[in-house]
Design a protein around this ligand. Structure first.
Ligand SMILES: [Zn+2]
Length: 233
């Protein structure tokens, strides 16, 4: 009898702790900007689709046990017509044929003071048309950068809606400070960690296994720093 009582007590207590923890999860606003003039991209990257990108992040930016680490919330969106005449040179990167340049692009981001293009109080998520000399505009890259705790993500429009190797949570992982992990021998259909990347001739795989404990710790550490930076006036 005593044992049963303590078990019941423990179960209730555990449930309360779980609820309290869920209430403590940080929520990050996302501002979207479509920076490509490609008409097909603009048809795909509707406000509804951008809201769906937030659902995708909330479903897949998770731990190995599929529990959330942080949550995301749709804040606002600028479509291409809203920003095509912006003074921010960052917008021109949406259709550039110059190779990706992590630091150079970050300088353009950080010097942009047009709130339609860069929301200083949100994570910024850009839809662009990636280009490489090899694949032209058929290229479908994405990039995520923590950028001294003012993170942003760039995603080729053809990768929207979780298309090909879990791009949303992978790039957002970079934005929260994570690097790649190498899964030797992985094939395109192998189950792999979200941050897996092609290495030693292998593939990044499906990236369908959540963040491991060490990655979760890194995300949590940066989440506090990012929250502080984004709340600055
Ligand atoms: Zn990556």
């Amino acid at each position: 009898m005593f044992k049963l009582k303590s078990l019941t007590f423990f179960t209730i207590y555990a449930a309360q702790v779980a609820n309290a923890y869920a209430g403590d999860i940080k929520i990050f606003d996302i501002h979207f900007t479509v920076i490509t003039s490609n008409p097909t991209a603009q048809m795909i990257a509707t406000v509804d689709q951008l809201k769906e990108e937030v659902n995708i992040l909330n479903n897949y930016f998770v731990k190995e046990d599929r529990e959330p680490i942080i949550k995301f919330r749709y804040k606002s969106a600028s479509l291409y017509n809203d920003v095509k005449n912006s003074g921010c040179t960052f917008v021109s990167l949406g259709d550039t044929t110059d190779p990706y340049n992590s630091e150079g692009w970050a300088e353009k981001f950080n010097s942009c003071n047009d709130p339609k293009v860069r929301d200083r109080h949100a994570l910024n998520f850009y839809v662009y048309d990636s280009h490489t000399d090899k694949d032209g505009f058929n290229n479908m890259d994405g990039h995520g950068k923590r950028n001294s705790n003012r993170p942003y993500v760039l995603l080729d429009w053809q990768r929207l809606n979780h298309n090909i190797q879990s791009p949303e949570e992978h790039e957002m992982g970079h934005a929260f400070g994570l690097g790649h992990v190498c899964i030797p021998g992985a094939k395109i259909n192998s189950s792999t960690n979200i941050m897996a990347s092609a290495c030693t001739g292998g593939s990044g795989g499906k990236r369908d296994i959540g963040f491991n404990d060490e990655q979760v710790q890194t995300i949590m550490n940066y989440a506090s720093l990012i929250e502080a930076k984004l709340s600055q006036p």
